[in-house]
Design a protein around this ligand. Structure first.
Ligand code: DOR
Ligand code: ZN
Ligand code: ZN
Length: 428
């Protein structure tokens, strides 16, 4: 099976786009050449796709997503989540284990992989839990989970409250050459607060989540990572204080990496218009100062990668209001247009910078073979129409989740086709 993509505008690494022809065979990129007037002569076993001068990038990689299967199929399934990812231009996604049952056993790891393969859309990589049922009481069987295909350990959704438990987890993960990925949150500082401390919480009489609840875990875990030598990855960084600690840790050579979500770069607690749970996520929207710190940290490399924390919930659950609704917003189908429109089109970032943080960098941080546009690499590609302008309308989402604070935003740079292992899995 061969595929040729004609008139693909690819980033050449020097801030320019070059009109190219990409040849794909058996799921791999075999050649990338400058386009010529003549076009290619092809036999009938070759499919030709005309990119019409649109941007073609390595497929986006999202290392932090919730697909809800098994157990919460009313929110999302591996298939609907994969389709939503493909529609957002993502070709590889890594799923969090806070499913039902929790992905804390080899059978569930295998199930997630098998359902991902059966959906036949994007590459679905499973994380496994650090502790059984994510209760923080007993470690899971790391070796068996790794053997089943888990790519790292995390209790995302909750923080590991006990320091000795986290240290034991890191020791074990290090011995297996596996990363520990941490949702950083000290429960004793949060206790039922639905939004961050700040103006919005005060105005509406809600309890506020303080910045320290995140940063205390980041600081603790950095010390534990130093002691154990593990690769420690910080989830959804949202505070200035966490960033300060990560920056310092990197300076002295501790193996720490970090991610940030589009919403923490674009929204502060002051932007929440009214008590509407589509603005409720964990970590919460923080102060403008924190937003600026997150942007600067991504720009200077303190934060390595972009992720969505795609967290679909049903409309009924989100209708329970700010205090009672679950935390989380969907992310796949708005991530690239949001970041392109607000940071690239407005001139703050280069296109290379944005694409790098969503492709080559996550691949580097997690040792994946994807994320590159070069001969020999897997043919995971995204075609983006940088000129197409459209308003965010949750009713058009492929995800079952409609929970987004970005409804009505007018954005440019929509993905129009997604190719995984040489196969067109989604197109407009
Ligand atoms: O907003 C969030 N949603 N944060 C989390 O930590 C968990 C996630 C979910 O599973 O819904
Ligand atoms: Zn989390
Ligand atoms: Zn999450």
């Amino acid at each position: 099976m061969k595929l040729i993509i004609e008139n693909a505008n690819i980033l050449n690494g020097h801030g320019e786009q070059e009109l190219s022809r990409i040849a794909i065979e058996d799921g791999l990129i075999v050649s990338i050449e400058r386009s010529t007037e003549a076009g290619t002569s092809v036999d009938d076993t070759t499919q030709v796709l005309d990119a019409k001068g649109r941007l073609v990038t390595p497929g986006f990689i999202d290392m932090h997503v919730h697909l809800r299967e098994p157990g919460f199929e009313h929110k999302e399934t591996i298939e609907t989540g994969s389709r939503s990812a493909a529609k957002g231009g993502f070709t590889t996604i890594a799923c969090m284990p806070n499913t039902k049952p929790v992905t804390d056993n080899p059978e569930t790891v295998r199930l997630v992989k098998e359902k991902g393969n059966a959906a036949g859309l994007v590459n679905v990589l499973p994380y496994a839990a650090i502790t059984k049922s994510e209760l923080g009481r007993e470690l899971t069987d790391f070796a068996a989970l790794k053997a089943a295909g888990a790519i790292g350990f995390t209790d995302d959704g909750v923080g590991v409250q006990n320091a000795q438990m986290m240290k034991d987890a890191m020791k074990l993960a290090a011995s297996l050459d596996m990363p520990v990925i941490a949702h950083c949150e000290d429960n004793s500082l949060v206790e039922g607060a639905p939004v961050a401390e700040g103006e919005f919480a005060r105005k509406h009489g809600l309890k506020g989540i303080p910045n320290e609840s995140e940063a205390i875990h980041v600081g603790r875990d950095i010390l534990l990572a130093e002691a154990t030598g593990v690769h420690y990855h910080v989830c959804h960084v949202s505070t200035e204080q966490s960033i300060r600690l990560i920056r310092q840790a990197k300076e002295i050579g501790i193996h720490v990496t970090a991610e940030v979500c589009p919403h923490h770069l674009l929204l502060s607690e002051q932007d929440i218009p009214e008590p509407d749970a589509n603005w409720k996520m964990n970590p919460p929207l923080r102060s403008k100062r924190d937003v600026e710190a997150c942007i600067a940290a991504l720009e200077d490399g303190t934060i390595d990668i972009l992720v969505t924390d795609h967290a679909p919930h049903s409309a009924e659950e989100k209708a329970k209001g700010m205090q009672l609704a679950p935390f989380g917003i969907v992310g796949f189908e708005t991530a690239f247009p949001l970041l392109y429109t607000k940071f690239v089109a407005e001139g703050r970032w280069s296109l290379d910078f944005l694409v790098g943080r969503m492709t080559a960098d996550p691949a580097r941080v997690f040792g994946l073979s994807t994320g590159k546009l070069e001969p020999g690499a897997p043919a995971d590609l995204t075609i983006v129409d940088l000129e197409q302008e459209r308003v965010v309308d949750p009713e058009t989402f492929a995800s079952k989740g409609r929970n987004t604070p970005f409804t009505g935003w007018k954005l440019k740079g929509w993905p129009v086709a997604t190719i995984v292992k040489g196969k067109l899995v989604w197109s407009e």
